[in-house]
Design a protein around this ligand. Structure first.
Ligand SMILES: CCCCCCCCCCC/C=C/C(=O)SCCNC(=O)CCNC(=O)[C@H](O)C(C)(C)COP(=O)(O)OP(=O)(O)OC[C@H]1O[C@@H](n2cnc3c(N)ncnc32)[C@H](O)[C@@H]1OP(=O)(O)O
Ligand SMILES: NC(=O)C1=CN([C@@H]2O[C@H](COP(=O)(O)OP(=O)(O)OC[C@H]3O[C@@H](n4cnc5c(N)ncnc54)[C@H](OP(=O)(O)O)[C@@H]3O)[C@@H](O)[C@H]2O)C=CC1
Length: 281
C-alpha cells in the first residue's frame, strides 16, 4: 500500500551522507513524503548536485546543504547550529559511514580511526547534539541509524565497520531508554545488499552475487527508503530501541560477510589489487 503523500509533512530531517547512495535515496523519499531536508557530507559539490537532482525529482523540495566532516566534534556542533538556524530538525538519520575491505592485522591506526571516527564517533556527535537540542527545547525527535548485518554477527575483513555499527546498535538501545521520557525515539535498520557505487567498489569487488540471499536478489532502494520513512513516522510512534533487518533473509542463511570465505584465500597480490581499486575521495 502506498504511503499517504503527506506522511512526513511538517517534519524536518537531517541526513548525514545525504549526497550519495542510500542517504540520497532516503532524503529523496522523505522529500516526496512532505518533509524538508538538511544533508551533510564532506564534499560541497556532491551535496549541491544532490540538491539539483532532488529539485528536479520533487518540485518545491526544501533542502539545505551543510558541508561537514563528522569526525570533527566541533565541526558537527557548528553544522547543527547551522541546520537549526532554519528551524529545528526533528529527525536525524545517521547514514554517513566509512568502510573498506582489508586484512585487520595490517590496518594502521589511522585506518582504524578513519572508520571508527566517521561511523561511530561522527554518528555519536550528531546524535548527542540533536538530543541535547531536543531535550533543552522540550521537543520530541527520532534518530534512525543505518547499521549493517555485521553489527549483529561480526564482519570479517571489515572489522572496524562491524565494531562501529555494533556501537551504534548499543547507542540505539541505550538512548531509547534514557531519552524515552523526553519523547525521543531511536531506531535502526540493518540493510543487507543494496547496490550503491561506493558499496560495490569497496565491498563487492567481484561483483554482486545473490547465492547467499534466500530472496535471490539485491534490495531495491525503495524497499529501504519506505522502511526508513515508516520508522521515523508517527505510525511507528511506539517503536523504539529496535533494529529492523532488511536483507532478503541473508542473515538466516549464512554469515554477515558472504564473500569472506573466498577472501580467506586471497594472496597479498589480491589484497594489493583490492586496495588499488578502492576509490579515493
Ligand atoms: C551491492 C554491493 C554491496 C554490498 C555490501 C555488502 C554488505 C557489506 C557490509 C556493508 C557495511 C557498510 C557499508 C559501507 O559503509 S559502504 C560506504 C562506504 N563509503 C565510504 O567508505 C565513503 C567514505 N570513505 C572514505 O572517505 C575513505 O575510504 C576513508 C575511510 C579511507 C577515509 O578517507 P580519508 O581521506 O579521510 O583518509 P585517508 O585516505 O587519508 O586514509 C586514512 C588511513 O586509512 C588507510 N586506508 C585507506 N584506505 C584503505 C584500504 N582500502 N585498506 C587499508 N587501509 C586503508 C590509509 O592508508 C590511511 O592510513 P595511513 O595514513 O596509516 O596510511
Ligand atoms: N549499500 C549497501 O549495500 C549497504 C550500506 N550500508 C550502510 O548504508 C550507509 C550508506 O552507504 P552507501 O550509500 O552504500 O555509501 P556511500 O559511500 O555512498 O555513502 C556514505 C556517505 O557518507 C559521507 N561521508 C563519509 N565520510 C564522512 C565524514 N567523515 N563526514 C561526513 N560525511 C561523510 C559520504 O560523503 P562524502 O564522501 O562527501 O563525505 C557519503 O555521502 C552507510 O551507513 C553504510 O554503512 C549498510 C549495509 C549495506
Amino acid at each position: 500500500m502506498a504511503f499517504a503523500p503527506g506522511l512526513l509533512a511538517g517534519r524536518r530531517a537531517l541526513v548525514t551522507g545525504g549526497g550519495t547512495g542510500l542517504g540520497r535515496s532516503i532524503g529523496r523519499r522523505f522529500l516526496e513524503l512532505g518533509a524538508s531536508l538538511a544533508i551533510c557530507g564532506r564534499r560541497g559539490a556532491v551535496l549541491d548536485a544532490a540538491v539539483d537532482a532532488f529539485r528536479a525529482d520533487v518540485p518545491g523540495a526544501v533542502v539545505t546543504t551543510h558541508p561537514c566532516d563528522i569526525r570533527d566534534a566541533v565541526a558537527v556542533e557548528a553544522m547543527l547550529d547551522d541546520v537549526w538556524r532554519d528551524g529545528p530538525a526533528d529527525i536525524l538519520v545517521n547514514n554517513a559511514a566509512a568502510n573498506f575491505l582489508a586484512q585487520t592485522h595490517r590496518l594502521s591506526a589511522r585506518a582504524v580511526d578513519a572508520v571508527l571516527g566517521t561511523t561511530l564517533h561522527g554518528a555519536a556527535y550528531c546524535t548527542v547534539g540533536c538530543g541535547r537540542r531536543w531535550i533543552e527545547a522540550g521537543q520530541p525527535g527520532v534518530v534512525l541509524s543505518i547499521l549493517t548485518l555485521s553489527a549483529l554477527q561480526g564482519g570479517a575483513f571489515t572489522a572496524p565497520s562491524a565494531m562501529a555499527k555494533a556501537g551504534l546498535l548499543a547507542m540505539t538501545q541505550s538512548l531509547a531508554v534514557e531519552w524515552g521520557p523526553h519523547g525521543i525515539r531511536l531506531v535502526a535498520i540493518a540493510p543487507g545488499t543494496f547496490p550503491t557505487e561506493a558499496a560495490v567498489a569497496r565491498l563487492r569487488p567481484g561483483g554482486v552475487e545473490h547465492a547467499g540471499v534466500p530472496l535471490r536478489r539485491a534490495g531495491k532502494h525503495e524497499e529501504l527508503t519506505d522502511l526508513a520513512a515508516f520508522l521515523v513516522s508517527d505510525h511507528a510512534g511506539y517503536v523504539t530501541g529496535e533494529c529492523v533487518v532488511a536483507d532478503g533473509g541473508r542473515r538466516l542463511l549464512g554469515g554477515a560477510r558472504a564473500g569472506a570465505q573466498e577472501m580467506l584465500d586471497w594472496t597479498d597480490a589480491d589484497w594489493a589489487a583490492q586496495r588499488a581499486r578502492t576509490p579515493a575521495r
